[in-house]
Design a protein around this ligand. Structure first.
Ligand code: ADP
Ligand code: MG
Length: 572
């Protein structure tokens, strides 16, 4: 194997040569403490930077075993390494020529702790992946600069961020401890009969609508109401108290701007762990929680939305409903049924982003527009059945309609950013002022029919390329010539998740054999990723993939406008 000195000499030799000569670098290089893999060399200094990877045997790195021996702890620990590597890169990254020359960076997760391909531990080694813009002046190689990055800066970056000698051991423990506690807390929810838990002292508000860092100034720390306070014991934090939101139907009520949506958003992201210091480290929810909202304009393919929408104008069948342009209510109905199909047992709904006519039909409207002329069975008439017949809980922010009081097991009022339990009060009011509206969903409903996605309807070709799949930010996946819009899929939190989802759609295309249902496809893929890691998704080691949930993958598939599905044939 080449040594670091060989690499240095080679780079100096390449100095002044045309850019493509960099391609000769591909391969492995032995450094003192690690092996560098140059996986992909960019075509020119303006293109996406080159992909590199280094591997360090764990004994060499010198971290105590407790940091990485258990899955949860390993995830927290790897996130720390990814952040540390990213910070160390930032110090060294600078313009060293044209285009992206001199850039060095990785793809660390944000406030959420995700397994990413930026840093992983596999086969007893730390695997750290990153990008380098190999330097050039115009299109002429700057060999000396390249040697500066790879032979001088890189070993230093690695020493500072991936070896015990360069990192604070306490910090490593803190990340591992935090991740382990959050996972254990989330696992305990089911036994405690809870849909979610928010620890006392948690800081829920964020810096701004576009910045997920915790709000520092003026943030009111969370304090559980007595009636909902639950105590749990965690291996690292010890005794922790906080608000347990029971399974069933929960309303979050309260005046405008009193912190209702902020609480719900914290629960949406409570399916992920958070980095130490985030404020939401011990805010966890049912890992299958799905945020449900109206999303007019989205495509829907073959979804049975009849529990919510019946007899549409012109006799359109809502048991196999497809449209290229959903309305607010049909989109919200499809979002719910798709979440159930993928296995969600907790729906999170905010009035701010719901279709009014989907949520409620009051007494007067029932008088004016007869049931025969209104296809919608509103959510208010289904939310209890979802819980009682299907075991699916709902946490609903609803400041605008007391008609929901009857449906709730628990009512929480947010007042000046603090919760108060008002279940009894709401019940008394509901008894005193009886509802005149009639329930419209008396007949109950069946669980969603399984759909079988057809692989042929996923077409990744674009122009002359057999496969063109790209993610842009956390909102869009380009799949072939199609653009999958995920603006309304709010539990995507990192661009790496969508890059992985894009790759996973290709796997789905391969797996879809015309027999496996969507949920079976998600199971199969989930198992593979579980045992083989994110690398299962790509034919080359990629530095910038992040773990995603089955719900976000299903969301992307469901929004693909070319998707075709069929129902299983009876009798098979
Ligand atoms: P609502 O949904 O009740 O109208 P929001 O949750 O949107 O209210 O919150 C309104 C504002 O208050 C937001 O700017 C939010 O960041 C801020 N906020 C929410 N919770 C807290 C808190 N615990 N401490 C300080 N500010 C908060
Ligand atoms: Mg709100």
């Amino acid at each position: 194997m080449k040594t670091a000195d060989d690499l240095g000499r080679e780079l100096h030799r390449l100095d002044g040569k045309p850019y493509p000569a960099y391609k000769d670098l591909s391969g492995n290089v032995r450094f003192e403490d690690f092996v560098l893999f140059i996986d992909h060399v960019q075509g020119d200094p303006f293109a996406a930077p080159s992909r590199l990877r280094l591997r360090i045997p764990l004994e060499r790195a010198g971290f105590p075993k407790r940091c990485w021996e258990d899955r949860s702890r390993r995830k927290g620990f790897c996130s720390l390494l990814a952040h540390a590597f990213s910070n160390a890169c930032r110090v060294k990254s600078k313009a060293r020529g044209s285009g992206r020359s001199g850039q060095i960076f990785n793809d660390a997760p944000g406030q959420e702790v995700l397994s990413t391909s930026a840093v992983q531990i596999t086969d007893g080694e730390i695997d750290a992946r990153f990008f380098v813009g190999l330097p050039a002046a115009g299109r002429r190689i700057l060999g000396g600069e390249a040697a500066g990055i790879l032979c001088v800066d890189l070993p230093q970056i690695a020493r500072e961020s991936l070896f015990a000698a360069g990192l604070d051991e306490k910090e490593a423990d803190r990340w591992a401890d935090t991740a382990q506690d959050a996972d254990i807390l989330r696992q305990k929810l089911a036994d405690l009969g809870l849909a979610a838990f928010v620890a006392d002292g948690a800081v829920l508000p964020r810096k701004s609508g576009v910045d997920q860092h915790p709000l520092r100034r003026g943030a009111v720390p969370f304090r559980s109401p007595e009636g909902l306070r639950v105590e749990v014991n965690l291996p690292n934090s010890g005794r922790v108290t906080g608000m347990g939101i029971p399974r069933g139907v929960t309303l979050i009520v309260g005046g405008g701007f009193h912190g209702k949506s902020t609480l719900l958003q914290a629960l949406e992201r409570g399916v992920y762990n958070h980095r130490p210091g985030d404020g939401r480290e011990l805010v966890v929810s049912d890992p299958t929680a799905v945020k449900i909202r109206a999303e007019d304009g989205r495509a829907i393919t073959g979804v049975d939305i009849s529990p919510f929408i019946g007899h549409l104008p012109q006799g359109v069948d809502t048991r196999f409903f497809s449209t290229g342009n959903a309305s607010g209510s049909t989109s919200q109905a499809a979002n719910i049924l798709e979440a159930l199909e993928a296995g969600s047992t907790l729906l999170l709904v905010d009035e701010d982003t719901s279709a009014t006519n989907f949520m409620i039909r009051d007494h007067r409207m029932q008088k004016l527009i007869s049931k025969e002329k209104e296809p919608i069975t509103p959510f208010i008439d289904r939310v209890r059945q979802l819980w009682q017949c299907h075991g699916v809980s709902t946490i609903l922010v609803m400041g605008g309609s007391g008609d929901y009081f009857e449906t709730a097991d628990t009512v929480i009022a947010m007042e000046d950013y603090l919760p108060r339990e008002v279940t009894e009060e709401a019940r008394r009011i509901a008894e005193r002022y009886r509802l005149e509206r009639k329930s419209e969903g008396n007949s109950g409903f069946n669980p969603p029919t399984a759909r079988i996605p057809l692989g042929s309807s996923l077409d990744p070709r674009k122009g002359r390329r057999e496969e063109s799949v790209k993610a842009r930010g956390i909102k869009t996946v380009h799949f072939g010539t199609e653009e999958i819009e995920l603006d309304a899929v709010e539990q995507v939190v990192h661009p790496g998740q969508l890059r992985a989802v894009g790759a996973a759609l290709l796997s789905i295309k391969t797996l879809a054999d015309g027999r496996l249902t969507l949920s079976e496809l998600l199971d199969t893929l989930g198992r593979e990723i579980d045992s083989r890691g994110l690398d299962f998704l790509t034919d080359r080691p990629m530095p910038d993939l992040a773990e995603f949930r089955r719900f976000e993958l299903a969301a992307a598939l469901n929004r693909l406008r070319t998707l075709a599905v069929q129902f299983p044939r009876k009798g098979i």
